[in-house]
Design a protein around this ligand. Structure first.
Ligand code: F6R
Length: 607
C-alpha cells in the first residue's frame, strides 16, 4: 500500500532513494517518484509505471542533493498517472509530501483550501497535505506539520520536506507503518525494514500518533508535543534474506525456503520429550477452561490459514471455531467477550482491517493471540500475546512461506492448549510433534519434483477458468490454491467444497476444463471419488493431489501428484506446495509479473 523512503546525510540521496524504493516496490508499483533538495532547490521527478520507468525517464539527468524523499504508489484516490504520483507539492512547489494511507476528510479540506486560494493539480487525497503545510508554515516545518495533523483524519505514514526549512525531514504516522533507520552522520525513513538493511540495522519504530524530526545527526520523536524516548530496535535478519539469491523470482525463492521456514518456526517450541512449549502464549489452565469459543480473523491467504485452523482446533480441542474475514468482522458487531479467544493472523502485522479487528476484540475484552511474521509490526506491538512465524522476510506479493508457517503455528497453538488443559493425551501430542518435525523433509521432497508440476502447469496455462475442489481440510487448501492461481496468473479459479458442485457449478464443467481435486482426507475418500466422477463424466481434465499409497483416486483422473503420507491433519502443509508451484509456473508461462501481480500490493494498510 505505497512504499515511502527518506534520506538525509552526506551522500547523494538519489541512488539511496531508488535502492530503497526497489525494496519497497512490493507495496505498490503503479507509479513512482522522488524529490531531492540541493542547496535549497527542490527538484521533483515522477512517472507512472514501475520504478524502472522512473529511472528510464530520469536517465542521465540524475538529480543532486543530500536529502530527499521517494514513493512507490498503489493507487487508492486517483488513477495511476504522472499527475497523481507522489511526491505532491503545494502551490509554490516549496513543500513536498509523500504519504501512505488515506486522508478520509480530504474532500472537505480540499474545498476549504480552494476557498483560501490553493490550486490543486492531482486527484489524490495526499495533495491536501502539501497545501495544508503551505497554509500553516510560519518558518518552522515541524510546527506546520503538527497543525496539519490536527486537521486531518484517516490513516497516514508521511514524510514532509521543504526548501523553506532545509536540513530536516518531518515524518508522522497513524495506522500505516513507518521506521526510522539510524546511521552515522545520516538517517533514513522507510515504510519497511528491507529498504534500510543495506545501510543500518539500528531502527526506531514509530508508533501511531508520533511525529519525528529527522536530521543528519539527530532524531527526535514527540507525541502530543512532548518528547518521547524511543527504544532502538536491532534488526536480526540480514540483507541477503531480502534478496533473490539466484532465483528468478522472489516467489520461487520463498517456495524453496519453506522447509527452513517450518524448521525455524518449530525450533525450540517442541521439547526433547516431544511436548509443545509455546512459552509466549502464556495462557493459564483456568483461562483455557473459561474459553467457550475461538474466533480466527484475517484477510486473504492468512484467512485461509485460519480456515485450516478451524478444522484443527475443532478436531483436537472440540471447541467451536468461527473464522472471519477481518473487513467483515469489524463491522458486524461480533459477539465477543472474555470467553472467546480471538486469534488474529497477519504476515505483515500491518493489514488495516486485521488491525481494526484486533483492536475491536481487545475493546470487547476478549483474550487476543496474534500470529505474525514481522517483529515490531503494529499487530505484534498491540496484541499482547504474539506468536511469531519465523518465515523471514516475504517479498513476493503472493504469500507462500508465511502461509505454511501460519499453519505450523496454528497446529502448535492447538496442541499447546490441548496439552495445558489436558485435553489431548501426551502420547498423541508426542506422535503429532514427531509428524510435525518430519514436515520440512516432506516439503523439500515435493519441491524436488517441481518439474513434474511445471508439466501440469503447461496443461492448464491456456485456460481462462479452472476449479479447485476438496472436502474438509482439502477444501480450505483448495481456496488457497485457487487464490494463488488467480492472483499471479490471472486465470479465473474457483474453489468449491466438492459436494457443492452439483448445486450449480457443475453447469460450468465442460470438456477438458481443468479441475484440481484434493483428496488427502482418508475418511472422505469415497465421497471425493464420487465428486471426481461427476466432473470426469463431463469430460473435465482432472489433476488430483493424493496421499502416497492411495492407489484408488488416481484411477479416476488424468494426472496425479502424490504427497508423502502424514497425519491427515497435517496434509495442508504438503498439499499446498504443488498448488503454489502450479500457480508459479502457470504465471511464468503466461508471461505475468509473478512477484508484482497487477492491481495488488503486499501490505494492505488501507481499508
Ligand atoms: C495472497 C496474500 C494476501 C494476504 C493478505 C493479508 O497471496 O498474500 O491475500 O494474505 O493481504 O496480509 P497479511 O497476512 O499481511 O495481513
Amino acid at each position: 500500500m505505497c512504499g515511502i523512503i527518506g534520506y538525509i546525510g552526506e551522500k547523494q540521496a538519489y541512488p539511496i532513494l531508488i535502492d530503497g524504493l526497489s525494496k519497497l516496490e512490493y507495496r505498490g508499483y503503479d507509479s513512482a517518484g522522488v524529490a531531492l533538495l540541493d542547496e535549497d532547490q527542490l527538484e521533483i521527478m515522477k512517472s507512472v509505471g514501475r520504478l524502472s520507468k522512473l529511472e528510464e525517464k530520469i536517465g542521465e539527468q540524475v538529480p543532486f542533493g543530500t536529502m530527499g524523499i521517494g514513493h512507490t504508489r498503489w493507487a487508492t484516490h486517483g488513477r495511476p498517472c504522472d499527475m497523481n504520483a507522489h511526491p505532491h507539492s503545494d502551490c509554490t512547489g516549496e513543500y513536498v509530501v509523500i504519504h501512505n494511507g488515506i486522508i478520509e476528510n480530504y474532500q472537505a479540506l480540499r474545498e476549504w483550501l480552494k476557498t483560501e486560494g490553493h490550486l490543486f493539480r492531482s486527484e489524490t487525497d495526499t495533495e491536501v497535505l502539501a497545501h495544508l503545510v503551505e497554509q500553516y508554515f510560519r518558518g518552522d516545518l515541524k510546527a506546520a506539520v503538527r497543525q496539519v495533523l490536527e486537521k486531518v483524519s484517516g490513516s497516514y505514514a508521511m514524510v514532509v520536506m521543504s526548501e523553506r526549512d532545509p536540513g530536516r525531514l518531518i515524518c508522522a504516522r497513524k495506522d500505516s507503518p513507518l521506521v526510522i533507520g539510524l546511521g552515522e552522520g545520516e538517517n533514513f525513513i522507510a515504510s519497511d525494514i528491507p529498504a534500510l538493511l543495506k545501510y543500518t540495522r539500528r531502527t526506531i519504530i514509530l508508533e501511531d500518533g508520533e511525529l519525528a524530526e529527522v536530521s543528519r545527526d539527530n532524531v527526535t520523536v514527540e507525541r502530543c508535543g512532548q518528547l518521547v524516548t524511543k527504544e532502538v530496535f536491532n534488526v536480526e535478519w540480514d540483507v541477503v534474506a531480502a534478496e533473490k539469491e539466484g532465483f528468478e523470482h522472489f516467489m520461487l525463492k520463498e517456495i524453496h525456503e519453506q522447509p527452513k521456514a517450518i524448521r525455524d518456526t518449530l525450533r525450540s517450541r517442541i521439547t526433547a520429550d516431544g511436548l509443545v512449549n509455546l512459552a509466549e502464549l502464556n495462557l493459564a489452565e483456568d483461562e483455557i477452561w473459561q474459553l467457550r469459543k475461538v474466533v480466527m480473523v484475517a484477510c486473504g491467504t492468512a484467512y485461509h490459514a485460519g480456515l485450516v485452523g478451524k478444522y484443527v482446533f475443532e478436531k483436537l480441542l472440540r471447541l467451536p471455531v468461527e473464522v472471519d474475514v477481518a473487513s467483515e468482522f469489524r463491522y458486524r458487531n461480533p459477539l465477543l467477550g472474555e470467553d472467546t479467544l480471538v486469534v488474529v493472523i497477519s504476515q505483515s502485522g500491518e493489514t488495516a482491517d486485521t488491525l481494526a479487528a484486533m483492536r475491536l476484540a481487545k475493546e470487547k475484552g476478549s483474550p487476543v493471540v496474534a500470529i505474525t511474521n514481522v517483529v515490531g509490526s503494529t499487530v505484534s506491538r498491540e496484541a499482547g500475546r504474539v506468536i511469531y512465524t519465523w518465515a523471514g522476510p516475504e517479498i513476493a506479493v503472493a504469500s507462500t512461506k508465511a502461509y505454511i508457517t501460519q499453519l505450523i503455528v496454528l497446529y502448535l497453538l492447538a496442541l499447546q492448549i490441548g496439552q495445558s488443559a489436558g485435553l489431548i493425551p501426551e502420547a498423541e501430542i508426542m506422535a503429532m510433534t514427531a509428524a510435525l518435525k518430519k514436515l520440512p523433509m516432506d516439503v523439500a521432497g515435493i519441491i524436488e519434483k517441481e518439474d513434474v508440476i511445471k508439466e501440469f502447469a503447461s496443461r492448464i496455462k491456456d485456460w481462462e477458468d479452472t476449479f479447485f475442489i476438496g472436502r474438509g481440510l482439502d477444501y480450505a487448501v483448495a481456496l488457497e490454491g485457487s487464490l494463488k492461481l488467480k492472483e499471479i496468473s490471472y486465470i479465473h479459479a474457483e474453489a468449491y467444497p466438492a459436494g457443492e458442485l452439483k448445486h450449480g457449478t457443475l453447469a460450468l464443467i465442460t470438456e477438458n476444463i481443468p479441475v484440481i481435486a484434493l483428496a488427502t482426507q482418508p475418511d472422505l475418500y469415497e465421497k471425493m471419488w464420487s465428486n471426481i466422477k461427476e466432473v470426469k463424466a463431463r469430460d473435465a481434465y482432472v489433476l488430483a493431489i493424493v496421499n502416497e499409497g492411495d492407489n484408488e483416486t488416481g484411477k479416476e483422473v488424468d494426472d496425479v501428484f502424490e504427497i508423502p503420507a502424514t497425519n491427515p491433519i497435517f496434509t495442508p502443509v504438503l498439499s499446498v506446495i504443488p498448488l503454489q508451484l502450479l500457480s508459479y509456473y502457470a504465471s511464468v508461462m503466461r508471461g505475468c509479473d509473478v512477484d508484482k501481480p497487477r492491481n495488488l500490493a503486499k501490505s494492505v494498510t488501507v481499508e
